[in-house]
Structure formats: C-alpha cells, structure tokens
Write a protein that binds this ligand. Structure first.
Ligand code: CP3
Length: 343
C-alpha cells in the first residue's frame, strides 16, 4: 500500500519535481490578518503555542489561502527553554525574554518533565494530521541547540550573540554540557512530533552565522549530528531538514556532517554554490524575504533566478528566512503563482 503523494516528502527522498513544491518559513504569522485575529483571542503568544485549538487554526490559515505544499506546526523554538523552566515570555514589541542562564545553573537543568510540558504541542501535531488535506506534507520543527542556547544565555535576542560566544570560550565544559542537554531533549521532542504524524522535521539554526570555523563544527554541526543520530536511531528513515542561517562556506560540509536529508539556504548563499550543494542532495530556499515585501519585478527576478539555477534538481522552494509582518498577503499569492508557473 502506498500512501498519498506528498511532494515535499518526495523531494526529501531525492526526487526532482517541476515545478518545485513550496512552503514559507513563518508562513503562519502577523502578515496575515486572520493570524492577528486569532492571536488576539488566544491571550499571550505562549498561550497560543499551547492551545491545540488555536495553534491548529493558525497553522491551517496559510494552507487555506495559498495551498502550500507543507504546513508547519505552529509553535516556537523557545518552548524548550520554557519547558526547562527558564521563565520565557514574549513581550509585545520587544521580542522574547527569559531568565539569563548562569554557568552555575547548567547542572541544575532538569530534562525530565519536558515532554509532559510539551504535550499540548504534540496534540496539535496529531490534530493537524487529521485535518490537513492528505497530500499536504506536515512539518514539525525545533531549534538547534546552539541557537536555543544563545537565547538562554543572553536571556533575550542579541544582534551578534556575544554573550553565548563569550560563555563558550570561558566555560567550554559547561557549554558543551548545555548543548548536549538541549540536543537530547530536542531529539526526544522531534521523535514525539514524528510519532504524532509529522512527515519530516526542520531544525532551525538561525544563529549559525556568528560562529567561527572551528566553533561551527563543534557547536552547530556536532549537536545537530547528535540529534539526527538519536532521531534516526529511534525512527529509522526519519526525514530531517537542517537550516543553518548565515553558514556560508561552512555549508560545504554541513550535509555530510549532520546527515540531514536536505539543507536550508539563506538568501546570501550564491546560487552557483547552491547548485554545487544540490549535487549532494535536496536544497531548500532561498528567496530574500524583502523581495516578497517589494513584490512585482523584484520578486519575479528572484524567483526566476532560483528556478533557473536550482529548478532542474531536488528543490523545495522557500524563502531564505522567515516572512516578515510587513509582507502583503497578495504578494504571497503572486509568489505561489510564479513558482507554480500559473499566469
Ligand atoms: O514557520 C511557522 O509559521 C511556524 C511557527 C514558528 C514561529 N517561530 C512562530 C512565531 C517557527 C518555525 C518559529 C521559529 C523561531 N522562533 C526561530 C527560528 C527561525 C527564525 O526566524 O530564525 C526563532 C529564532 C524563534 C524565536 C522567536 N520567536 C523570536 C526571536 C520571536 C520574536 C520576533 C518576532 O518575529 O516577533 C518569536 C515570536 C514568534 N514566533 C512569532 C511567531 C509567529 C511572532 C510573535 C507574535 O505573533 O506576537
């Protein structure tokens, strides 16, 4: 018995599809009026993440509008520090905040109970698989240990992750211990998402670009490789997309180093280099989100170039980072038509 054909699953297994399937990072978000409406009814941002009813609703909103080839679970990478009792809150206009993690606190982090805390998110995945069209791929996700650690150490977002870099140089042993804890619970969390019906999972390493060469190997490749091993050890054949934003030339060894099925590319990755990476397997990306805000010719040009250079190999069309709140929903409709060749 073969199941329904899911295009993004097919590309993750190495097929080339023309036109390529498409989804967008942060496709459920503030650029959509219906998201803002549900968001205001849900209470706090974390209440939205932990309400299966509301989280299912906002996950489905962009699918209804654009019939994207994948739905991505609505949640956040910072539910892991929240589950580790770091007092996470999302302050309107200021971004996420939590209690900054001191070196002496690493040994006090308690991984037990994390999956219980996240059970509403797993329930969201279960309901999504029931409610989604059968041919829509369902993606789960989590943050990569390095990126989650940067928020835990600083206690908020920073522009260069100086606090986490400094912590890693001053306290390498405690830092590696922290990454191991995060890798192990994140792998368990991904396994639970796969068991609940996710077809594939994406690991977001949004801050990989601030790491030096040796640190990239140690703190970006190493922990993600550990997660992939753990997930595939428990669920052979699990499909994994790894997105290391800003990794540049380090992407050369990222796929082999992590053993991810596909690698995500941000918009600064030159397309000629992307084509080299695609010889080793599927790639995902990499339109500049600002081209979607601009719309019109700027968006057309960007799409054309990507399709020209990467369209004849295994490609999942996406942005090079999340869609931003100022994007016009009509531009997104235009983007989907452009990629699908509908005039
Ligand atoms: O892609 C999707 O549609 C699924 C949902 C999703 C969200 N966050 C919802 C969200 C996903 C996959 C994420 C991942 C995430 N969260 C990352 C990695 C990807 C990236 O963007 O680099 C990171 C670094 C975070 C942490 C985070 N969450 C920040 C820094 C912020 C504040 C900045 C902002 O855009 O407001 C959030 C909040 C957040 N997560 C929002 C959404 C829709 C906006 C909050 C709101 O609605 O008030």
């Amino acid at each position: 018995m073969t199941g329904p054909f899911r295009k993004i699953v097919a590309v993750l297994e190495g097929q080339t599809l023309s036109p390529p399937p498409i989804w967008l990072m942060r496709q459920a978000g503030r650029y959509l009026p219906e998201y803002r409406e549900t968001r205001s009814r849900a209470g706090s941002f974390l209440d939205l993440c932990y309400s299966p009813e509301h989280a299912v609703e906002v996950t489905l909103q962009p699918i209804r509008r654009y019939k994207f080839d994948a739905a991505i679970l609505f949640s956040d990478i910072l539910v892991i520090p929240d589950a580790l009792k770091r007092n996470v809150r999302f302050v309107q206009g200021e971004g996420p905040q939590m209690d900054p993690l001191d070196v002496s606190e690493v040994a006090t982090l308690r991984p037990d109970g994390v999956l219980d805390h996240l059970s509403p998110v797993i329930e969201t995945v279960r309901r999504l698989r029931q409610e989604l069209p059968k041919d829509t791929t369902l993606l789960g996700f989590c943050g990569a240990p390095w990126t989650v650690a940067t928020y835990m150490i600083a206690g908020h977002g920073t522009s260069d992750q100086a606090p986490a870099r400094l912590f890693s140089y001053r306290n390498p042993i405690a830092f590696e211990r922290l990454l191991d804890i995060l890798a192990d619970i994140s792998a368990e969390y991904l396994i639970a998402q796969l068991d609940a019906g996710a077809d594939a999972v994406q690991i977001f390493d949004s801050w990989a670009g601030v790491l030096g060469e040796a640190e990239f190997q140690r703190y970006a490749v190493g922990p993600v490789a550990r997660m992939v091993r753990k997930v595939r050890g428990a669920r052979p054949g699990a499909r994994i997309i790894a997105f290391a934003k800003g990794a540049g030339m380090n992407l050369k060894t990222y796929r082999q180093g992590t053993d991810a099925n596909a690698i995500g590319l941000d918009w600064t990755v030159p397309l000629s280099f992307a084509a080299e990476l695609q010889k080793d397997g599927p790639v995902q990306g990499n339109l500049d989100p600002m081209r979607v805000v601009a719309g019109g010719r700027a968006m057309e040009e960007g799409v054309d170039r990507i399709l020209q250079v990467l369209g004849s190999g295994p490609l999942i069309f996406n942005l090079g980072h999340g869609i931003t709140p100022e994007a016009d929903p009509e531009h997104v409709a235009d983007l989907v038509r452009l990629v699908r060749g509908i005039t």
